[in-house]
Design a protein around this ligand. Sequence first.
Ligand code: GUE
Length: 287
Amino acid sequence: MTAPNPARLIDGKALAARLRGKLQQKIQDWVEQGKPRPGLAVILVGADPASAVYVRNKIKACKDVGIESFHHTFGADLSEAALLAQIAELNADPNVHGILVQLPLPKHIDPQKVIEAIDPAKDVDGFHPANVGLLAIGKPRFIPCTPFGVMKMLEDEQVQLRGATACVVGASNIVGKPMTLLLQAAGATVTICNSKTRDLAFHTKHADVLVVATGRPKMITGDMIKPGAVVIDVGINRLDDGSLCGDVDFESANTVASAITPVPGGVGPMTIAMLLANCLGSAKAHH
Ligand SMILES: Nc1nc(=O)c2c([nH]1)NC[C@@H]1CN(c3ccc(C(=O)N[C@@H](CCC(=O)O)C(=O)O)cc3)C=[N+]21
């Protein structure tokens, strides 16, 4: 038996590096015109080690492209009122164009209340209901970074979305729902599934473009994928041995898909690149 052809690898890490290079040039041009340097405030509450790593990566990425970052770290016992007060201060700070509150938050803090406290004009995550609404009506202000990064990868791969069948597995506010809106706006016919969807494979197997964001390690296997499909794996799961894996079983998917994103090195780096892009966009809109 001959081994099936492996899928093309969609190198998010390389694409993100290219985008960051372009952004760095755009920010340099912007600042040389005498315009204010874009500023991002990042708020971290609690000592979750994964969150601390992500926040550190975001701050380093800012520095590399010339975005000023303002780092606010608090203990897990921070009150909701104190967090809201910190956000109010950043809303009023003219040097801050973007505010990111790292999720998840400790259980005693209502994340929706926090998201809604952020000035929608500084909501570079695109999570505020005003920005969700603008995206839904096709007039986006800030596109949520992860789905935005996925669209950039599909564009770079020249994936034809008009007329295509797409399936999004996972219906979160942060990834699945905005992903669906973006694919739909690009002309795809989109099915949105969740972990309780009956006969999930029926839906996934029809998809020319399959986007998976469930948080369940390796739940999508090769037999659930349409031959030749483009597979985007948004999941980042840490296994007991410390290694990372996606929500897609790469090994079996790789022999069925025509193109697939790796984990790590796929969607993750793109998320950060799009955060930086949203920060520059916000600085320009504020000026
Ligand atoms: N308000 C808010 N906005 C976010 O955008 C947000 C958040 N909260 N909370 C957590 C999630 C997660 N997230 C990631 C971004 C990049 C990588 C990334 O670059 N990952 C690398 C691997 C990193 C590693 O080794 O752990 C990769 O996939 O290659 C991962 C995860 C943003 N998030």
